[in-house]
Design a protein around this ligand. Structure first.
Ligand code: NAD
Length: 303
């Protein structure tokens, strides 16, 4: 058996097309497009390349995009004031602060200073709380878990009643996706087990999974014999396992032995080209959602 590949690259193109149509409809109705500011502190090469990709994607969708680069030496107070400026700016619907920040700045303080209404990364405690309550309370889902859920549903995998096993319990991937899959509602209603470094018999848990989501950051952690035949496998791991002699670029590998797992799984995500492209896509989706919220609900609130 050879698993169907769930391509994040193809899904990204599909979703960005949908978003483009929404942006056009917004422009027509309100004469505005979604506004996103990306704040980059310093010149960490990985951060520069992430921000560049986010800016390029936003511009490609016709967003009002501001790339606000700040020097490494910016004080915490000055950064907090900058965020407050964008909190008050009616043309900005999403504020993104690229992490990591320099050591002299308290990351938590900075992320918590972003208005929850403009927190399109979905990391603010208010938005994480809303995510846990679920249903109509949800405003912005954190981007990587949202991308994972989208991949599961768009690939036609049945989630209701499915055994979902999540490997990893980080705040940005494992914990939120475990909560989301266990919620009542479409794309969820699953029976969820979250496993981690202290779990006994990790392989036994994985073998039960109809949907196996792996976010451990350990290359090749999940062996093919841990996979239930026909299961949907979502490999979130992005591990640099070497450097290509040909291109000089990093060789990336997931947490699952892809070649061998493809012979057992029913559906599987590749690395690269799987969950990765979905994360930025979900950031764009959250920004469009925020723009609608600010242009419609907030105006109505004020009326
Ligand atoms: P993390 O290091 O914060 O958390 C890893 C989790 O995995 C921990 O909770 C730990 O308990 C668990 N774990 C580690 N080793 C284990 C083992 N041997 N057995 C069982 N559990 C184990 O990492 P994270 O931020 O959640 O990221 C996980 C992976 O996903 C990384 O490779 C990261 O690069 C990748 N990632 C990818 C995207 C994307 O957009 N594709 C986004 C975020 C993270």
């Amino acid at each position: 058996m050879s698993a169907e590949i769930i391509s994040g690259t193809a899904m990204r193109a599909e979703i960005l097309d949908e978003l483009k149509q929404e942006v056009a409809a917004m422009q027509e109705k309100h004469g505005k497009t979604p506004g996103l500011v990306t704040i980059l502190v310093g010149e960490n090469p990985a951060s520069v390349s992430y921000v560049t990709l986010k800016v390029k994607t936003a511009l490609g969708l016709g967003f009002h995009e501001i790339q606000d680069n700040q020097p490494e030496s910016i004080s915490e107070q000055a950064l907090l004031e900058l965020i407050e400026k964008y909190n008050q700016d009616d043309d900005i619907h999403g504020i993104l602060v690229q992490l990591p920040l320099p050591d002299h700045i308290d990351e938590k303080k900075v992320l918590n200073a972003i208005s929850p209404d403009k927190d399109v990364d979905g990391f603010h405690p208010v938005n994480l709380g809303r995510m846990v309550i679920g249903g109509d309370e949800i405003r912005y889902l954190p981007c990587t878990p949202a991308g994972i859920q989208e991949m599961i549903t768009r690939s036609g995998t049945e989630t209701a009643g499915a055994e979902v096993v999540v490997v990893g319990r980080s705040n940005i991937v494992g914990k939120p996706i475990a909560v989301m899959m266990g919620q009542k509602g479409p794309g969820a209603n699953s029976t969820v087990t979250m496993v981690h470094t202290r779990t006994k018999d990790l392989d036994e848990h994985c073998r039960r999974a109809d949907i196996l989501i792996v976010a451990a950051g350990v290359p090749g952690l999940v062996k093919p014999e841990w996979i239930k035949p026909g299961a949907t496998v979502i490999d979130v791991g992005v591990n640099r396992v070497g450097v290509s002699e040909k291109t000089g670029r990093a060789i990336l590998s997931g947490d699952v032995d892809f070649e061998a797992a493809s012979k057992v799984a029913g559906k599987i995500t590749p690395v690269p080209g799987g969950v990765g492209p979905m994360t930025i896509t979900m950031l764009m989706k959250n920004t469009v959602k925020s723009a609608w919220f600010h242009l419609e609900n907030k105006q109505n609130d004020a009326a």
